[in-house]
Write a protein that binds this ligand. Structure first.
Ligand code: ADP
Ligand code: MG
Length: 329
């Protein structure tokens, strides 16, 4: 049974269509990431699942029930937002059990669940502090704990890590993924950060202008982008898009070599416009008459800005998009 099923979901405000005929199945126990540029409709989709917005048309099913007309409290979901939305005057413990109190869960059960959840998110030593006395990561864990303690089958997260620094974001995304798998939660996770989506999700749903551009396992979006938009969104640097007559050739930076290569290789010539040393590899950017080409070379490189180079790749490593951006091979 699918945990969440969206069918032909549309939401618009006077003139703006934020979500346009979106259909999506989130299988039970999976983490599905909604990814895409700012304004593409990720949060609106999540809010429609939560019941915080009402669709113009379409349906939301959760756990086999049509919940389209139900308020958030009847949908059996928990939510974590970017702004943790903690009560500053309540302790960590009180913040975590707040929802249970509202739902009149008995004290003994509350205490037991609190103890278990505090261990899971490693907050046991901090239960008597106020949120103001915690680090950003600890506050984020309180928000997580509040979602976990609810023991709802579906957890919705909207950019939960964007307020954290890079190091902590990395730790938290590993933690959230581990928790989600350990507890068997179904999670819909909104992010504009492709690294989060690619590293955490079972399925990445890339959105563009209120619609789903491609949905699939991370490796599928990376190796078989359905459109030139997907190709240019996923990867850092993204897939190169090299014009050839009316088409675009898509080639990943790591699949390009320097020099003439084998006889049947595809080649482009250009001038080096930047050399970025990243430690494990170096990204060289080449300006050719038609486009820029990024090349990923292992380790350090002797190449200098201004050098004239030939880049080559195997035609088997490239994909081809037509003028409308659809992949045609
Ligand atoms: P994302 O989360 O992907 O950045 P949103 O779902 O927040 O995007 O927004 C999608 C589009 O809907 C944007 O153009 C946004 O301006 C518009 N939008 C979102 N909420 C409202 C609202 N309450 N009223 C009017 N327009 C809105
Ligand atoms: Mg958003």
């Amino acid at each position: 049974m699918a945990a969440v099923t969206l069918s032909n979901l549309t939401k618009s405000w006077s003139g703006i269509t934020a979500v346009n005929d979106v259909s999506l199945v989130v299988p039970e126990g999976q983490l599905v990431a909604l990814l895409g540029p700012s304004g593409c409709g990720k949060s609106t989709t999540l809010r429609l699942i939560a019941g915080l917005e009402e669709p113009v048309s379409g349906t939301v099913m959760i756990g086999g029930r049509d919940v389209t007309k139900l308020p958030p409290s009847d949908r059996r979901i928990s939510m974590v937002f970017q702004s943790y939305a903690l009560f500053p005057h309540l302790t960590v413990a009180e913040n975590i059990i707040f929802g249970l109190k509202v739902r009149k869960v008995a004290r003994a059960e509350r205490d037991e669940r609190l103890k278990k959840v505090a261990d899971i998110v490693e907050l046991a030593p901090y239960l008597h502090r106020k949120p103001g006395q915690l680090s950003g990561g600890q506050r984020q864990r309180v928000a997580l704990a509040r979602a976990i303690i609810a023991e709802q089958p579906v957890c919705l997260m909207d950019e939960p890590l964007s307020n954290l620094d890079a190091q902590l974001r990395h730790e938290m995304r590993v933690e959230i993924r581990a928790l989600q798998q350990r507890l068997g939660m179904t999670m819909v996770y909104v992010t504009h950060d492709q690294t989060e989506a690619m590293t955490m999700a079972d399925t990445v749903v890339l959105m563009r202008k209120g619609q789903i551009e491609q949905a699939g396992p991370p490796a599928e979006l990376y190796t078989r982008p359905a459109t030139s938009f997907v190709a240019s969104f996923i990867g850092a640097p993204a897939m190169n898009l090299v014009p050839e007559q009316d088409d675009l050739l898509g080639i990943r930076p790591e699949h390009i070599g320097l020099g003439q290569g084998p006889d049947d290789a595809v080649r482009r010539q250009g001038n080096v416009i930047s050399v970025e040393y990243m430690g494990a590899d170096t990204i060289v950017s080449l300006a050719t008459p038609e486009s820029r080409i990024s090349i990923r070379l292992p380790g350090a490189s002797q190449i200098r800005v201004g050098d004239r180079l030939t880049a080559h790749w195997a035609s088997s490593a490239q994909c081809r998009f037509n003028a409308r951006g659809q992949r045609i091979n």
